[in-house]
Write a protein that binds this ligand. Sequence first.
Ligand code: NCD
Length: 344
Amino acid sequence: MKNTISYNNTNHLLSIDQFDRDSVEKLFRIADMMKPITTRQKICRVLEGAVLGNLFFEASTRTRVSFGAAFCRLGGSVCDTTGFTFSSMAKGESISDTSKVISGYVDIMVIRHPEIGSVAQFANATNIPVVNGGDGPGEHPSQALLDLYTILTEFDKLNKTIDGSHIAIVGDLKYGRTVHSLIKLLSLYKGLKISLISPNILKMPKYLIDQASTKGNVIEEKNSITSGLENVDVIYATRLQKERFTSEIDIDSESSFQINLAKLNLYCKKDTIVMHPLPRDSRPGSYDLSTDLDKDPRLAIFRQADNGINIRMAIFSSLLEVDDLIERSMKDAKWKSPKILRPI
Ligand code: NCD
């Protein structure tokens, strides 16, 4: 299949801007093909011999591990770096030098870095594919792709369609890179109502709202949950990105933006799904997505995180052009694994 991600003669995944609805859906069909592998029924070695450089200069658990696991499940191997302090950037090495050096060692790179635009700089200094695993408060395209894939999968079970649906995005919309990519992706669909609910000081950047509004979807901004959650099909909650706040921000009542069971029951429908890119901040005094929803089937966060593997396998197989080989290279998995992966 023609590589669905390559854009302007480059073979990187840097931004949602490089997709249209057709290329997104092609990528999702590749992700669907991965299900026998992610459910541990089958194995596949199409990337045998290939090496991924997984370079994370910022905190990460699921993005780094799931990109690594996705590459391994296609038969490749992974070389990792974690943190800024333990990399040569702490000795003053430039992005360009790091990228040129790593290009000699690996076949594809996934980069997370604290500065906006930094991953594009990595891409400019290499001819191997580069995937944006989060560039500061910029974008996080693979997360938005797995988020949309989750919405479509959950809607499928509920006999709903994305066109015409109502999606609420709640929390830190200023610094949250996942929602910057997500609003771009949602704007490829039709007749959506998108409610952006945040404290006034953490509103979605205007250029993103302008870009998303051009496609005829209704985008409304709200500064309170009470008026924004009625009749929503999806709540996408986010964590306050306190590590990016430039000064002490006094958010009057963080708790009023918390999504919990009482608010879900009060304002939402019986089939509203609740998503979050994770991690959620579970420390005392934080008002991130509440754990009192953990046994509620509307909470889709772990199904959402699981979908990250299918999507990241699809991204690798598309960028490295092995997607046509996947189905016929599958073999039975031989080890024993539990039918249900985690307690409910
Ligand atoms: C997000 C990120 O790093 O942007 N996490 C993730 O990759 N799933 C969200 C966050 O850190 O709040």
